[in-house]
Design a protein around this ligand. Sequence first.
Ligand code: PLP
Length: 381
Amino acid sequence: MSTAVAKKIQMVDLKGQYQKIKTEVDKAIQEVLDNTAFINGPAVKEFQADLEKYLEVKHVMPCANGTDALQIAMMALGLRPGDEVITASFTYIATAEVIGLLGLTPVLVEVNPDTFCIDAAAIEKAITPKTKAIVPVHLYGQCADMETILAVAKKHNLFVIEDVAQAIGAVYTFSDGRKCKAGTMGTIGCTSFFPSKNLGCYGDGGAMYTNDDELAKKCRMIAHHGQSVQYVHDVLGVNSRLDTIQAAVLKVKLKHLDEYAAARNHAAAFYDKAFASHPKIKIPVRSANSTHVFHQYTLQLNGVDRNKIREGLAAKDIPSMIYYPIPVHKQKAYQNENNANTNFSNTEKLAACVLSLPMHTELNDETLQYIADHLLTLLKN
Ligand SMILES: *Cc1c(COP(=O)(O)O)cnc(C)c1O
């Protein structure tokens, strides 16, 4: 068995990643400091243009964080209190939170136990005359079943708001061969640049993307106090900006995003090989239609005491996480009648058996072997 690794293992190694791009990043930040254009400085527009090109989308609208991106998108689409918005029961709370915050009704739908993403077949059953939008979450870095979701949305005339916070850069292939980046297929995509996300800045940040000119204009206006021209406020807005310093960091990191995805895929392939044949482990299932950018590498453990495994890993300085231990429908703040009669057995099973292992851009084979060996040993006991 491999022995202790030299460097402390982390879920996400931001420091190791920074060290490699320090010269570029420091220079970019210093430029912002020299210009003192902290709000809407040139780096914001430059990063926006770079991201539009990378995603092959007409408009990127930067904002302060991923939660704001979802909220502004829903405001810009004109969703009104009482409207129902369908989303996944197994997601980070922000997705459901903004729906509730705007007085809309979150209608939670079961997920697919293989992909962890919203069960596209279950969506149609949840549609009522009040339904206005579907929010698929591309959980852990792989796209939801967008072809089916877009077809259902078209049939029922619904908006599709993609939550791309965990899947920036993932590519979806439609059955006609057409390829699209995550977040550019629906009405609008919403992402987060939280430091630990695949494209993370050094603070908070977020963005929306769309090919719709009018919608882009509305989002920009809402993010800027509903202002059309200075001191003229046409609609109710919020204050949500991407800081220039964060945009400068993101502009540097965007150039490395594909390398980062490759490094994450290397780590995932290593884990896959180590765990694939184990009877108590289900490795992440790769969707046939989507690439995976491995925001998380999440195993399903069966017939084991998950807490004991986590403690055993921690004793060897191996961190692990449970994303997410309590599904949205079990949260006190989200008990509503729309969810009362629905079966969430997949979600509940996942919440009880998932385990995410360290996943980042700086994992070497020695560290991966160390993690794999120890997990396999713990599963023997
Ligand atoms: C991180 C995340 C968000 C929220 O992003 P913030 O920038 O933290 O506000 C929303 N949805 C999902 C699925 C996320 O993982």
